[in-house]
Design a protein around this ligand. Structure first.
Ligand code: ADP
Ligand code: MG
Ligand code: ZN
Length: 200
């Protein structure tokens, strides 16, 4: 046996750290942020060091906190790009969990960033919208879902009929996919009640 084989005789859990990617997706109000914060809380209970990131574009409520619609919150690093996230993560080598909220606002580089973190043995938890207000796949989320080990699709309650809400209905006129809104601007709808938003 040479030294590179020795890990095979270690008990499970001592084998080279395995990373993975978890995606938490769904419409607005489906509980993505609540679920992300729940997983972070449990990671803290397990004495893990967690870094929470959010895209800088999302300035709702608070610049350095992730806040759910129920008001739950946690401190987050706002970052403009995936590489800024990797740089920040590299400064905290003890971190074992990387959490990202509103991941749909990052560009495709977030997929390689998540893959690289997971490849280095970290747990990556990414929460975000799976569809935009036109009902189309949102930014890097479909690609993240494809490479993730675990995908959780949450449902809101359709504000019209009470069926499972899978889509985010835009209620006000606003241009572009990057519009960031809250209660007054969007409501959760099911497939039947959803009317795809058309720009212009
Ligand atoms: P997300 O991050 O997916 O937008 P949050 O975790 O911030 O969602 O908020 C989820 C909370 O939103 C629920 O616990 C509930 O109190 C509230 N809520 C408001 N409207 C709805 C709805 N139509 N369906 C489900 N929850 C809703
Ligand atoms: Mg949220
Ligand atoms: Zn409905």
């Amino acid at each position: 046996m040479n030294s590179s084989d020795s890990h095979r005789f270690d008990p499970p859990g001592k084998v080279a750290a395995q990373g993975w990617i978890e995606v938490v997706c769904g419409s607005m109000f489906s509980g993505k942020t609540e679920e992300l914060l729940r997983r972070i809380k449990r990671a803290h209970l397990a004495r893990q060091t967690v870094l929470l990131f959010k895209p800088r574009v999302d300035s709702r409520y608070d610049a350095v906190k992730v806040v759910s619609h129920e008001g739950l919150n946690a401190d987050a690093f706002p970052v403009a790009t995936a590489s800024a996230m990797l740089e920040r993560a590299a400064q905290v080598p003890l971190a074992t969990v990387i959490a990202i909220d509103e991941v749909q606002f990052f560009d495709d580089a977030i997929v390689d960033a998540a893959q690289s973190l997971a490849g280095r043995g970290l747990r990556v938890i990414a929460a975000g919208l799976d569809q935009d207000s036109r009902g189309r796949p949102f930014g890097p989320v479909p690609a993240l879902m494809a490479v993730a080990e675990y995908v959780t699709k949450l449902h809101a309650v359709c504000a019209r009929c009470g069926a499972p809400g899978t889509r985010s209905q835009r209620l006000v006129a606003a241009e572009g996919q990057l519009f960031v809104g809250g209660f007054a601007d969007y409501e959760a709808r099911c497939r039947a009640c959803f009317v795809p938003h058309v720009d212009g």
